[in-house]
Design a binder for this molecule. Structure first.
Ligand SMILES: Cc1cc2nc3c(=O)[nH]c(=O)nc-3n(C[C@H](O)[C@H](O)[C@H](O)COP(=O)(O)OP(=O)(O)OC[C@H]3O[C@@H](n4cnc5c(N)ncnc54)[C@H](O)[C@@H]3O)c2cc1C
Length: 490
């Protein structure tokens, strides 16, 4: 049996930031993750926006955390050495109904202290975004909105937490949990753990994990989402994140100029049944294309290089009816955090969960210190972490210096994204065990050819590093063989 002070379940962005915040305390912390790597769940596929906070009901936990998180995001990204573009956003209306929504959001934002919010129209609107359809009537400009690469954020928190002494245990699925004297017993396929506190960050399974000990109160009812990705040849088409507020009831379009220079289009909101998990729905992609024609008619959709899908962890209050737990009609709009005598559950944390991950992590550390009594500071704690050095964006002198230091940086494997062998080896050294793990750390395979040219090299490096046959290397964990054989990572 292994002993730990705090067990964190799940290594998505929330689990990684909970671990990072806890690592400032003088405690032994263990993170149990069922998959082979971090950020493979909800964190894998989202929009990457750092929200300013005008969307949330003033005074709500979401509004308070979002305003705080946004204000401190530059510092967080400096500490973790990740790219952050505070590009601002425009929420655009095409008629009176949507204009009224913009006014309401402006009021919300002002009440929550969101800085710089204002309504723009006419020449000013189109000077900000010349490629926006000229049928747009008004916009809500939020200069504080930003964008990150969500993988970079979660992976940076993981590496920093691990460097501060947190123990990450991959391929360990929590199967059972029970209360025992002074805490909890947790059983995975490999081990039994005794922990004083459990932080449940299990994403889509956070309700199931909480129900190992408690009766249901909130359950997660996932819905699907689809995205399109346009190549970085469209870089500069939009300068800001564009939120389209529809005139009719329903969801609008979001267009995101990413930190990698390409344009993300989406997400849709659709039933999970419209496509198998992991697949996009044709109807969703069609809907995106149709809305693009309305919001940005000159957007060159021919530059599309990829589509992907996501799952939303929608929380809903449930009640028992004839032995079955059924959802209440109204959905929950705020973050749902439960504290059940030492079990802290972050349940169904949707947008802006990425924005608020560090703040939610801080809350988990505060709850822990309140419950256990302040354990003192971790003398090893350091908030800073250095990212994988990227050739892309370096000037000639910097590149030459790096290649002199390590010739692997002179061998470009991913031509589309300018990623060298050195970067890929460094990503593997830091924990990438799948092709997607390398992609999430370096960008290799994310360009126009989608890995057609670098796949075999990356696969060979992964196989060599893990001393496994190339056939055993997977795209993204168990059930995703690349060379056709039936191997798994966990
Ligand atoms: C479509 C979409 C768009 C979004 N866009 C934005 C945005 O633009 N900005 C923003 O701020 N937020 C956004 N969000 C919200 C944000 O992505 C989420 O709040 C966040 O990623 C949730 O992270 P998580 O750690 O809770 O979940 P996950 O990333 O799913 O992590 C949970 C982890 O728990 C593990 N796990 C589960 N069960 C067990 C078990 N029994 N044992 C061990 N491990 C287990 C899983 O393998 C997984 O790795 C978006 C969300 C969606 C769905």
């Amino acid at each position: 049996m292994r002993h730990t002070d705090v067990a964190v379940i799940g290594a998505g962005v929330l689990g990684c930031f909970a671990a990072r915040a806890l690592s400032a305390l003088n405690l032994h912390i263990t993170v149990l993750e069922q998959r082979e790597d971090v950020c493979t769940g909800v964190t894998r596929a989202n929009t990457g926006i750092i929200y300013s906070g005008y969307d949330n009901h003033p005074g709500s936990l979401k509004a308070r955390l979002c305003a705080r998180a946004n204000a401190s995001f530059d510092r967080l990204c400096e500490e973790l050495d990740i790219r952050f573009s505070r590009c601002g956003s425009l929420m655009v209306a095409f008629g009176p109904h949507a204009e009224a929504v913009l006014e309401q959001k402006l009021e919300n934002g002002l009440a929550s202290g969101v800085a710089g919010l204002r309504i723009v129209e006419g020449d000013e609107l189109f000077a900000l975004e010349p490629n926006l359809s000229h049928a747009a009537t008004r916009g809500l400009f939020a200069p504080g909105t930003g964008v990150v690469n969500p993988w970079e954020l979660g992976i940076a928190a993981y590496e920093n937490a691990a460097a501060n002494g947190v123990e990450f245990r991959f391929c360990e699925r929590l199967l059972r949990m029970e209360r025992s004297e002074g805490g909890f017993l947790l059983e995975t396929e490999q081990e039994v753990y005794r922990a004083k506190i459990v932080i449940n960050c299990a994403g889509l399974s956070a309700d199931a994990v909480r129900e190992m000990l408690c009766l249901p109160t909130v359950r997660i009812f996932p819905t699907g989402a689809d995205y399109l990705v346009l190549d970085d040849t469209v870089q500069g088409f939009f300068q800001h994140v564009i939120f389209h507020e529809p005139e009719e009831k329903g969801k609008g379009l979001t267009l995101v100029p990413t930190v990698d220079g390409n344009l993300l289009v989406g997400p849709t909101e659709r039933g999970r049944d419209l496509a198998p998990d992991g697949a996009t729905a044709a109807s969703g992609l069609r809907w995106l294309t149709e809305l693009c024609a309305k919001v940005a008619p000159s957007l060159p959709l021919s530059e599309q290089i990829r589509s992907f899908s996501a799952l939303r962890p929608n929380p809903r209050t449930v009640r028992e009816e004839g032995g079955v737990w059924v959802p209440e009609d109204r959905s929950i709009n705020d973050f749902t955090l439960y504290q059940d005598n030492g079990l802290i559950s972050l349940l169904g944390i949707k947008t802006p969960g990425l924005t608020c991950a560090a703040e939610l992590g801080r809350l988990c550390a505060e709850f822990t210190a309140e419950t256990l009594g302040f354990p003192g500071n971790n003398p090893r704690f350091h908030p800073n972490r250095r990212g994988v050095r990227r050739l892309h964006g370096m000037d000639e002198a910097q590149r030459a210096a790096l290649v002199r230091e390590d010739p692997n940086y002179g061998d470009i494997l991913c031509v589309c994204r300018d990623v060298s062998r050195g970067e890929i080896l460094e990503a593997i050294r830091r924990g990438a065990v799948t092709l997607d793990g390398v992609k999430r750390r370096t960008g290799a395979g994310m360009g126009r050819c989608q890995g057609a040219r670098c796949l075999s090299d990356v696969l060979e490096l992964l196989a060599r590093a893990q001393r496994i046959p190339p056939e055993a290397v997977t795209l993204d964990g168990e059930g995703s063989p690349v060379l056709g054989a039936k191997y798994g990572t966990c």
